[in-house]
Design a binder for this molecule. Structure first.
Ligand code: RIB
Length: 305
C-alpha cells in the first residue's frame, strides 16, 4: 500500500480571539487563549493519518518543552515521527494567531523548521521513500531545502504535491517536478498575479498554474469551494455548509484528505468533495490538529449533507 511522506513544519500555535487586529502601538484586549499543536506540515500529516493512510513526517523541532509536546501529540494521531529531528540550540517553530470573525492572521517564527538541510531530507527519503508514494510539502521550511526536496522526490518517482503556502514563486525546474499544486485565493494571486474572484479569473489562474509545468492545479476558494484543472479537464467542488468558528488548519485538512484520497484511488472530483467536507468540519471547530476530523466523521458528515 502506498504511503504519504510529509516534509514540513511543526509549530506551537498560540492563538487569541479578538474583535479586530490591533493597530501599531495599541494593546487590544482579547479572549479565549489557546495553545495547541500546529504547523502546516504537521497539520497536513495529521489530516492524512486521520483519513486512515500511513503517514510519515520529516521535520524538526527544538529541544525544548514545545518540541516534546508537538512530537508527542502528532505521534498520538498515528503519524510516524522517526524522521523528526530534535535540534539543540534552536527554538521550536511558533505561530502567533489572531482569530477575528472566524478567520485568522498568523505571525510565524520558523525556528527549527529552517534548520533542515537538503541532505537531511534526502537521508530521510533514502530510508522511507518508494516509487509511487506521495510526497507532500509546503513552504514553511527553508526555501532551498524545500526546492531540493521537491526535485529529489520527483527523481524517486514519487507523486509530488506542493501547497505553496506561504506563497513563494519557484524556479521553473522545480515547478516541472510537481504533480499537483494547491493554493488558496490569496496565495494564487501572489504567485500568478490573478485573484480568482469569478469564473473568468479562476480559469485564467488555473491556466497560468498549469503553464508552469505542473500536472494538476487546485485552487481553494473558501466559501466558494475549490476548483482544479488537470490537463484539459476542469473540476469544481462546493464548500461544505458549516458555521466557521476558526479556519486554522482547514486548508491543511483539504490537502491531507486530498492526498489520502489519491492513495485510495479516488477520482479527482470525489476527492475534492471529500476534502472540502473535511476542511469544513475543521473550520467549524477551534484549534488546528485537534479540529481535523477522522475518516468516520467525514463519512457521517457527507451522509447527512
Ligand atoms: O495552516 C495553519 C498553520 O499555519 C497553523 O497551524 C500555524 O502553525 C501556521 O503554520
Amino acid at each position: 500500500m502506498k504511503k504519504v511522506i510529509v516534509f514540513g513544519s511543526l509549530n506551537m500555535d498560540l492563538t487569541i480571539e479578538a474583535d479586530r487586529v490591533p493597530y501599531g502601538g495599541e494593546t487590544l484586549p482579547g479572549r479565549n487563549f489557546l495553545s495547541n499543536p500546529g504547523g502546516k506540515g504537521a497539520n497536513q500529516a495529521v489530516a492524512v493519518s486521520k483519513a486512515g493512510v500511513r503517514t510519515h513526517l520529516v521535520g524538526s523541532v527544538g529541544a525544548d518543552v514545545f518540541g516534546d509536546l508537538l512530537l508527542a501529540r502528532v505521534a498520538s494521531y498515528g503519524v510516524q515521527c522517526d524522521e523528526v529531528i530534535l535540534r539543540e540550540g534552536v527554538g521550536t517553530g511558533i505561530a502567533m494567531i489572531c482569530r477575528v470573525d472566524g478567520d485568522n492572521r498568523i505571525l510565524l517564527s520558523a525556528g527549527a523548521n529552517h534548520s533542515l538541510s537538503a541532505a537531511d531530507v534526502k537521508e530521510a527519503l533514502d530510508r522511507l521513500a518508494e516509487p509511487g508514494d506521495v510526497f507532500l510539502t509546503q513552504m514553511e521550511c527553508d526555501y532551498a531545502t524545500t526546492c531540493a526536496a521537491i526535485q529529489d522526490a520527483h527523481g524517486r518517482g514519487m507523486y509530488v504535491v506542493v501547497n505553496v503556502a506561504p506563497p513563494r514563486d519557484l524556479p521553473q525546474d522545480v515547478w516541472s517536478c510537481i504533480d499537483l499544486v494547491c493554493v488558496n485565493e490569496t496565495e494564487c494571486a501572489a504567485i500568478c498575479g490573478v485573484l480568482p474572484e469569478d469564473d473568468g479569473t479562476l480559469r485564467q489562474a488555473l491556466d497560468l498554474l498549469i503553464k508552469r509545468g505542473v500536472g494538476c492545479a487546485v485552487v481553494t476558494l473558501g466559501a466558494g469551494g475549490s476548483a482544479a484543472r488537470e490537463g484539459t479537464r476542469l473540476y469544481r467542488a462546493p464548500a461544505a455548509r458549516v458555521n466557521a468558528v476558526d479556519t486554522t488548519a482547514s486548508g491543511d485538512t483539504y490537502l491531507g484528505v486530498l492526498c489520502a484520497a489519491y492513495v485510495n484511488g479516488m477520482p479527482m472530483e470525489d476527492a475534492m468533495r471529500r476534502a472540502s467536507a473535511a476542511a469544513g468540519i475543521t473550520a467549524s471547530r477551534v484549534g488546528a490538529q485537534r479540529a481535523i476530523p477522522t475518516a468516520a466523521e467525514v463519512d457521517a458528515f457527507m451522509r447527512e449533507a
